[in-house]
Design a protein around this ligand. Structure first.
Ligand SMILES: Cc1cc2nc3c(=O)[nH]c(=O)nc-3n(C[C@H](O)[C@H](O)[C@H](O)COP(=O)(O)O)c2cc1C
Length: 234
């Protein structure tokens, strides 16, 4: 029994990596972890050559990675949240799985789990990955998200930020409540003279965050790993 973990987070030893690995460990299966930022998997070029062959013609690391996907009983796909979406590494990998979808729907019946780490929009990312894998006929056994490290946007490191996501996506500017204010409460204190795009509009309360310090989050990863284990057994 084999379980493949794929992380689309480019950060070394990231929270996404930690959660994907925790899920893999809990499966008690033969596992392998692949970090997409350390290999070369480019985006789909829509040449459609795979439509009849189920083989992608692009000559990069997807050639061997797709073999590992095909050998796996279950795959775990994790991503950071970048610009409200999956990382480009994750997106490219998912796009390339398109080659397995035609004629024979080769990934049908595989089990899968998804992980997304972010500050505000990670749920959308986990759902998106899940929908993409479902389109390949996979069954999503578990999906989890975790709060990560808020990124620095424009002004460089420091205690105050003049271009926070809170500002960029605030109700005041977008006319919509995207839930960003709520999500950032733990991370930022909005200063009294806050104005969108004004320097010193917010102060960081928390910067680095590790899921390894959050037992509930790690437990959820282990729970998903055990679910995969049970499902593979049956
Ligand atoms: C280019 C870039 C864009 C980002 N955009 C978002 C975003 O739109 N929403 C969000 O919640 N977090 C965003 N972040 C923050 C990351 O999601 C956050 O740092 C998360 O912890 C990354 O997970 P990882 O450390 O496991 O890779 C962004 C970070 C970077 C580097």
């Amino acid at each position: 029994m084999k379980v493949l973990g794929v992380s689309g987070s480019p950060t070394k030893n990231s929270n996404t990596d930690a959660l994907v690995k925790a899920i893999l460990d809990a499966t008690d299966a033969k596992t392998e972890f692949v970090k997409l930022s350390t290999i070369k998997v480019g985006p789909c070029i829509a040449c459609m050559k795979c439509v009849c062959t189920n083989e992608c013609v692009i000559n990069d690391d997807f050639k061997w990675l797709s073999e590992k996907v095909m050998e796996a009983d279950a795959i775990v796909v994790g991503s950071s949240t970048f610009y409200g979406a999956a990382s480009a590494f994750t997106k490219a990998f998912i796009e390339r799985l398109y080659s397995k979808r035609h004629v024979k729907l080769l990934t049908r019946g595989k089990l899968a789990a998804t992980v997304a780490v972010g500050v505000a929009a990670e749920k959308m990312v986990a759902e998106w990955i899940g929908n993409a894998l479902r389109a390949g006929g996979m069954e999503i056994v578990g999906s989890m998200t975790a709060k990560g490290t808020p990124c620095c946007f424009v002004c460089g490191p420091g205690e105050t930020c003049n271009y926070t996501v809170w500002n960029a996506y605030s109700k005041e500017l977008t006319g919509m409540d995207l839930g960003v204010e709520e999500a950032y409460k733990e991370y930022l204190e909005i200063l009294p003279d806050n104005k969108p795009y004004a320097h010193g509009s917010a102060k960081f309360l928390k910067s680095y965050r590790s899921v390894k310090d959050e037992p509930d989050v790690m437990d959820e990863a282990r729970r998903i790993g055990k679910l995969i284990k049970e499902r593979i057994k049956n």
